[in-house]
Design a protein around this ligand. Structure first.
Ligand code: DX5
Ligand code: ZN
Length: 229
């Protein structure tokens, strides 16, 4: 079986108890912390920056932190996130004047780099920078908000991205972000994704018996992934 990773998006967590929320999803079996950074400019919402990433590290979070930049421009903030403990830093090619330079900057800071593709954005830009990419992230909703519905055309786009990755022969993660639920994760995995962001599906599903427990939803995700052909 592929090495599937589940990355809860803290966008849907209780921000007043963020450290505890992250501890609880990791304890329940999540692999990666997906960290959505929005600037009310590139996307119409405003969230969290490097200080919060650093606070999670200081709190004791050791899991990979997957920083999804929805900001424009991107270069100024990259070193700050690297210093704050980011593992992955991904950005939207539309948000950088010099995509190759931004990718180099991320890797030069010792982080893994990635490009994020909006639903209407083609994958062409990968052609000349695939050697500098550690992750391809396909948006399956328009960025800016949690709780939106998965856009089905993403499945074909995942198959296309999977071919590009396989042809490159490189170790590149294929992540999907938006509207991932227990009832569609299997189909999404079969289209080629190996890393799954889930915000509302995870943080909206605290176990009834124990408000601090995400075991049930994460187990349901794993059961679906175990059936992937
Ligand atoms: C949207 C963010 C997502 C979001 C996903 O712009 O990039 O990470 O939190 O939320 P759900 O899983 O609720 O669609
Ligand atoms: Zn995201």
């Amino acid at each position: 079986m592929a090495n599937f990773q589940i990355a809860p998006s803290i966008l849907s967590a209780d921000f007043a108890r963020l450290g505890e929320e992250v501890d609880n999803v990791i304890k329940s079996g999540a692999d990666v912390v997906h960290f959505d950074v929005m600037d009310n400019h590139y996307v119409p919402n405003l969230t969290i920056g490097p200080l919060v990433c650093e606070a999670l590290r200081k709190h004791g979070v050791t899991a990979d932190i997957d920083v999804h930049l929805m900001v424009k421009p991107v270069d100024r903030i990259i070193p700050d996130f690297a210093a704050a403990g980011a593992t992955y830093i991904t950005f939207h090619p539309e948000a950088s004047e010099h995509v190759d330079r931004s990718l180099q900057l991320i890797q030069g800071e010792g982080c893994k780099s990635g490009l994020v593709f909006n639903p209407a954005t083609p994958l062409d830009v990968l052609e000349w920078v695939i050697d500098k990419v550690d992750m391809i992230l396909l948006m399956s909703v328009n960025p800016g908000f949690g709780g939106q519905s998965f856009i089905p055309a993403t499945l074909d786009k995942l198959r296309q991205a999977r071919k590009i990755i396989d042809a490159s022969g490189r170790d590149i993660r294929l992540e999907v972000d938006g509207g991932v639920k227990v009832n569609n994760i299997k189909e999404i995995a079969e289209a080629g994704a190996d890393m799954f962001v889930a915000g509302s599906a995870v943080f909206g599903a605290r176990d009834e018996s124990d408000a601090n427990d995400y075991d049930t939803v994460l187990k349901a995700f794993r059961e679906q992934l175990a059936q992937v052909k």
